[in-house]
Design a protein. Structure first.
Lengths: 370, 323, 370
């Protein structure tokens, strides 16, 4: 009796679980609201394209994935944001078909990847450009002119008050308060930190004597985890300043950064312009588009603090399907529509037409072979 | 199955071990041994997988406060556990200092003060605290609690700022070691309470009544009869709670705004615990990075193992003593 | 349980055995005095705060409680004596301790319910996050519910046989060193930090399957490491409760020991065993850290195969949404709502398990046990 009562009970539980599994769906977004890309060269029969890498691209990737999958039946992109380093490693191991990375493959990695690429060329495609804003929270002030040296001194804790002469000199019209400056930095290792520090060490010269790496090099005044963490820290304090992925800035004030003789506010066009103003990396192979960011450019209208993230792919894949899927997806990613979708979702800067033309030329040649 | 079994019973003479018996007993023993094997396996696998980073490490693992475990171009593998271990112990210490007195109070309340009919229900209420998943504690702490704590922190910094622990300026986010410690304290409260409650309830009635018969007030009875008797249990409970606080991951990972440095200041962002560091770094770690995380996990395992074994020892010694 | 049965002598408000002649030695405060005093303190403090224009429940409660403690001590010291005063002070403090424990519980549950209800509906429960990009006001938690069910179900399948057999060994067979060692190490094992259990499986999987392999099965194994000792402990207690007379009666009929255990001991204890297992399940169902390491965070679609890549679970879903808090204003707000609603779902699941455990122990316990 006991046992039968017991099995009844188990039966009810099992039936409940089964009923639950029957009623769910993957259709979270109704078809008419789905982001479907208009103009995509789909692969017949679809397939699964796997990628991994930088978390900076995560939100852009979500947008690209949704639109591309919406346009192409049976096609799936899996992008694991495991970090740039892990993404490159998985790409080289052949675990994923493409990688997203905040840094291009270096010489050693390129060599290692050649084998994975069927002996063909490995290419870095700068398809995701994210401006890094210098954002601050000062009551009544939306914008300040800051030269690279001043930014470096602020983050190096040498300029400690907002009414310091160095800042006042650059901003004769601003009503600078007598307030302590609280610099906030990323506590975790990040591509944002690496690019910002790289910018400071090149553009600010002696004012920033620290090594370049993804970790913040000095004892922090205030630190926070992730982009959202630093923005939260800046928003809830007064006199705070940080560097952050521009998509997170929100209501905060931002700095117009000194470039040559002028001060440039960050804008998508200004940020994308740095790619054109920079030189290709030395030793690039024919189709490789890796660049050496030119932080010290004095070209007009260029916003120099950016994070450029690459899509890394092979020129030749073993499997026909892989080649087709990569080609179709990357074609969409660099297309105007794809770049706009990413800009809307992730606040990135759409690449310039010049860059797009170069990239499309390369993607066109991706092929399969034995 | 039943049919074959009964036939065995009939055939095999009594007194001898039967086949079914031997098989069953060995399965049971095997399960017990498997548990020992799992525990040993945890230690062995962690050691094996941590070796690759420990051998590549150019800094002293136990004293360094650096953290860059992945080699890159011109970037040596350098990492150490010192500041993380410090943060782990600091967070657990805060939690323990805050939770133990309150837990003793709650245990006394439930056993000796609460209306008798309500006692079981109130005990259940405290146990509910243990049932809430840590990620929910983290969410609550991050989105709700830290904002509520900010005024208190400013108060502390303004009036107690001369104590180095509370020196200002207060972190603008409130995501500090003290916030993490407070949430940890809430999480370990039910553990210490349950343990203390058990021993307080076991105080021999004769002791208590003797004290009361001498005219002691309730507090005097508790002080003279209950607390001395219950001390090992409370200590054991506190150590179990500490073990939990040392290993708690999500609440700290979500609330604390970390930095890998040793700081005694509880009101500024800083410090990091081993467990939270693993959870935050693991998704983006590769190669020696993963191995380094496993290495600090091993340190955490060793610390909690020692604390837990000590706690069990204290508790079991009390049992022998009273039985 | 023991708490209620054993306390006998301490029900009264002050002293032990109620002695009629107490009045000879000291005057006594009337019984209603503490309650009245507390009410007066509360009113006075709220009035003062209201007059100062700074009424806020938390400081009012704190100050009122402190004022009460001082007032009761002083009045008792004046009217009664110093020993009584101390006793009343401690009584007050002990009540405060309990209040301190209830405050976070109420606060947490109420925030989860209030915020969680904003998005908690049938749509949320029945769709996955497939095709949802962060800025979309869409998406649900269905895939996480499925993942939670599959992973915890597998964990139960692994840990119950091992845990139960170990308990049987310890209670029915074990003797000597081995039994002591097992009991001791099971106790120690309950204290393994969950993240270490996750790392263990990571290390194990790395050796067996190579790096970077995350799937549902790995998550289930990690949860088993945490669940087994809990199952052993509770089963042990339940098996010990089975009266020895039952076993002896069975042996007397010539039933072999193992059949006695299977046919007599286990059925007698089945209610308690089930309750213990459900409570163990409730403990591990909210585990997050080991699953981040072993089951990954990348899954957005419904996935019921524990061997096929990342698998989302409810706690990890909450953590993942919290990671999106700081995106743009909109996306962050949606993520926060999703996190709260998922937290509400998770707490409801846990409470449901608790309720089931209670029901099982109430309806299925054998009548023979008193």
């Amino acid at each position: 009796m006991k046992l039968s009562k017991y099995s009844q009970f188990a039966g009810i539980a099992l039936a409940g679980a089964l009923a639950l599994t029957a009623c769910g769906s993957d259709q979270a977004v109704s078809p008419e609201n789905q982001q479907a890309a208009g103009n995509v060269d789909c692969v017949d029969g679809g397939g699964t394209l796997s990628g991994a890498g930088a978390s900076s691209q995560e939100n852009a990737m979500a947008a690209w994935k949704a639109s591309w999958e919406g346009a192409c039946a049976e096609s799936i992109v899996q992008y694991d944001s495991v970090g740039s380093g892990a993404g490159r490693e998985q790409f080289i191991n052949g675990a994923v078909t493409f990688a997203g990375s905040d840094a291009a493959l270096d010489e050693q990695e390129t060599q290692a990847a050649t084998e994975r690429c069927n002996g063909s060329e490995v290419v870095n495609l700068p398809a995701y450009i994210a401006p890094i804003a210098v954002a601050f929270n000062l009551e009544g002030i939306d914008s300040l002119n800051l030269s690279p040296e001043v930014i470096a001194q602020i983050f190096n804790q040498e300029i400690t008050n907002w009414n310091d002469d160095a800042i006042a000199e650059l901003n004769p019209d601003a009503d600078l308060p007598d307030q302590k400056i609280i610099p906030v930095n990323r506590a975790d290792e990040s591509g944002t930190t690496e690019n910002f520090v790289a910018y400071l060490s090149e553009a600010a010269g002696d004012a920033w004597p620290h090594e370049v790496s993804g970790n913040w090099p000095i004892e922090p005044v205030e630190a926070a985890q992730g982009s959202s963490g630093v923005v939260q820290a800046v928003e809830s304090g007064q006199g705070t300043i940080t560097y952050v992925d521009a998509s997170h800035v929100g209501e905060l004030g931002t700095a117009a950064v000194g470039v040559g003789d002028e001060f440039v506010e960050y804008s998508p066009e200004a940020a994308a312009a740095i790619v054109d103003a920079s030189d290709p990396r030395e030793g690039n192979t024919e189709n490789d588009h890796a660049i050496d960011l030119n932080y010290t450019t004095d070209e007009s209208g260029v916003y120099p603090i950016v994070l450029v993230s690459y899509e890394i792919a092979c020129m030749q894949y073993q499997e026909q399907k892989d080649a087709q899927l990569v080609k179709s997806f990357l074609n969409y990613v660099v297309s105007e529509e794809g770049q706009q979708a990413a800009a809307k979702e992730a606040g990135s800067a759409p690449i310039s037409d010049q860059t797009r033309e170069d990239l499309l030329g390369t993607i066109e040649q991706i092929s399969a072979g034995s | 199955m039943t049919t074959t079994d009964s036939s065995t019973t009939a055939e095999v003479p009594k007194g001898r071990r039967r086949l079914g018996d031997i098989a069953f007993a060995n399965t049971a023993r095997g399960a017990g041994l498997l548990i020992l094997a799992i525990l040993a396996g945890v230690a062995i696998f962690l050691v094996v997988q941590s070796l690759s980073s420990l051998t590549a490490n150019e800094a002293n693992f136990f004293t360094s406060t650096e953290w860059s475990p992945e080699s890159g171009p011109g970037d040596a593998v350098r990492f150490g556990v010192a500041s993380l271990a410090f943060g782990t112990v600091l967070a657990a210490a805060i939690a323990l200092v805050l939770a133990t007195p309150v837990a003793i109070g709650i245990a006394l309340f439930i056993v000796y003060y609460a209306p008798r009919r309500l006692a079981a229900l109130l005990g259940y209420l405290v146990d509910l605290l243990a049932a809430i998943p840590s990620v929910v504690y983290g969410l609550w702490g991050l989105v709700y609690l830290v904002d509520q704590l900010q005024p208190i922190y400013r108060f502390l910094a303004a009036y107690l700022g001369w104590i180095p622990l509370f020196a200002g300026p207060v972190s603008t986010t409130g995501r500090t070691m003290l916030s993490a410690g407070i949430v940890l304290a809430v999480m370990i409260l039910p553990i210490i309470t349950a343990m203390s409650r058990d021993v307080f309830a076991q105080v021999p009635q004769a002791h208590r009544e003797a004290a009361l018969a001498l005219g002691a007030t309730r507090w005097e009875m508790i002080r003279t009869a209950v607390l001395p008797f219950g001390r090992p249990g409370v200590i054991g409970g506190a150590m179990l709670g500490m073990g939990r606080a040392l290993g708690e991951t999500m609440a700290v990972a979500m609330i604390l705004s970390p930095s890998i440095a040793i700081s005694f200041n509880l009101l500024q962002s800083g410090n990091q615990t081993i467990a939270a560091h693993i959870a935050l770094q693991y998704p983006e770690a590769t190669g020696t990075g993963v191995s380094a995380l496993i290495a600090i996990g091993l340190v955490l395992f060793a610390i909690t193992l020692v604390v837990n074994m000590a706690a069990r020892f204290v508790v079991s010694r009390r049992k022998e003593f009273t039985e | 349980m023991t708490t209620t049965t054993q306390r006998t002598a301490s029900g009264s408000s002050g002293e032990g055995p109620r002695t009629e002649n107490q009045g000879f030695y000291t005057r006594q405060l009337p019984k209603y005095f503490p309650a009245a005093l507390l009410a007066i303190c509360a009113v006075v403090v709220s009035a003062v705060f209201a007059l100062l224009g700074a009424f806020h429940p938390v400081p009012v409660a704190v100050v009122a409680a402190l004022l009460y403690l001082v007032a009761i001590t002083v009045s008792s010291a004046v009217i009664e004596n110093s020993r009584r005063a101390k006793d009343r002070l401690v009584t007050g403090i002990v009540y405060c301790c309990f209040a301190i424990a209830v405050v976070p519980l109420v606060s947490l549950l109420s925030t989860v319910v209030v915020y969680g209800l904003e998005r908690f509906n049938l749509y949320f429960l029945s769709v996955s996050m497939n095709g949802v990009i962060p800025s979309m006001d869409a998406g649900g938690v269905y895939h996480a519910i499925v993942g939670t069910l599959v992973i915890t179900g597998l964990a139960t399948l692994i840990s119950v046989p091992i845990g139960l057999m170990t308990a049987i060994y310890v209670v029915e067979y074990g003797r000597g060193r081995l039994k002591q060692a097992i009991t001791f190490f099971v106790d120690v094992m309950t204290g393994i930090p969950s993240i270490v259990a996750g790392l263990f499986v990571v290390a194990l999987w790395m050796m067996v399957f190579g790096p970077g392999q995350t799937n549902g099965l790995a998550g289930a194994v990690a949860l088993s490491v945490l669940m087994i000792p809990v199952v052993v402990r509770s089963s042990e207690e339940m098996l010990r409760l089975v009266p020895n007379e039952l076993r002896e009666a069975s042996y007397a009929l010539g039933v072999p020991k193992w059949l006695t255990i299977v046919k007599v001991v286990l059925p007698t204890a089945v209610a308690g065993l089930t309750t213990g297992i459900i409570l163990a399940l409730a403990r591990v169902i909210g585990e997050t850290a080991p699953l981040i390491l072993t089951a990954g965070m990348a899954s957005t679609r419904i996935q019921a195969n524990p061997l096929d890549g990342d698998m989302m679970t409810l706690p990890v879903f909450i953590y993942q949404q919290v990671g999106n808090l700081g995106l743009s204003a909109e996306a962050g707000a949606y993520a926060e709502e999703r996190a709260w609603a998922a937290a509400l779902t998770l707490i409801l699941v846990v409470m449901l398990l608790f309720l089931t455990a209670r029901l099982v122990s109430r309806f299925f316990s054998p009548n023979s046990r008193g």
